[in-house]
Design a protein. Structure first.
Length: 252
């Protein structure tokens, strides 16, 4: 692989409550997953994040979620497919308006947290997300976990489905992410994470927590903006990839 995308979850502050250092993260990544107000973010945070992304030359994507501000979007919401599709479409419209006012536009969609993990296997919610993005009408790619139901549904709908890997998360042997409720789910060793991502980009593999090797055909790498040491980790991953001859470029 000669190039790969680095994406980060950003715009996750809310009112006077601050999450992450988005401006610093933008120095390392090529794509910004901007919270749309349902798990985090508010209109002013969305606007400033989009303006900062445009200024930094970072591509903007919509980080859509279940309507769960109190739980940061990390709790499953047993809503109907119609309600979920409407919620996703609402978030896309809101962020697109803010992004256009900032001189940009949304170029892709990435589900967040519980929604992301649920549509790995939940047929109805996966289809609802695909239907909402399709209804938005601008051929936005969907950034998803390899092997997920949502990825297959997106491809079946004629959409571009982009597989991603997570730099700072541990994997189960089946290729799913280790639950954040379990110890060791989040990785904090920047050097180890950087080495893992170089192997991903050059060999297409990662190591699961049981030591087994996972094939991981990813076009994008996620670095969570809310992880402790996120800025240093993002910089380390970028340095490692570029030193290995892999350039950083958004898939969108």
């Amino acid at each position: 692989m000669t190039s790969i995308d680095l994406n980060s979850d950003v715009g996750e502050s809310f009112g006077n409550w601050t999450m992450g250092d988005d401006a610093a993260i933008f120095e390392s990544v090529s794509s910004a997953n901007v919270a749309c107000g349902f798990h985090a973010g508010d209109p002013s945070t969305m606007g400033q994040t989009c303006r900062d992304a445009v200024a930094a030359g970072v591509v903007t994507g919509a980080h859509v979620a279940y309507r769960d501000l109190a739980g940061f979007g990390r709790r499953f919401l047993d809503c109907s497919p119609t309600e979920l599709a409407d919620d996703v479409l609402y978030q896309l419209g809101a962020l697109d308006a803010v992004a256009r006012a900032a001189g940009g536009s949304i170029r892709y969609v990435k589900p967040h947290g519980a929604l992301y993990n649920t549509i790995v296997h939940h047929e109805a919610h996966a289809q609802a997300v695909v239907d909402a993005v399709k209804a938005f009408g601008t051929d936005l790619p969907l950034l998803l976990l390899p092997g997920s139901v949502a990825l297959a549904r997106a491809e079946a709908a004629g959409m571009r489905a982009v597989a991603e890997a997570f730099a700072d998360r541990a994997y189960n042997p089946d290729g799913t992410l280790v639950s954040r409720r379990e110890e060791g789910a989040v990785l904090h060793d920047a050097d180890l994470v950087a080495a893992n991502m170089v192997r991903l980009a050059t060999e297409g593999t990662l190591t699961a927590r049981d030591g087994s090797t996972l094939s991981m055909p990813a076009e994008s790498i996620c670095l969570h903006g809310d992880t402790a040491g996120a800025v240093a980790m993002a910089a380390a991953v970028r340095r490692g990839l570029e030193a290995a001859g892999v350039s950083i470029r958004s898939f969108a």
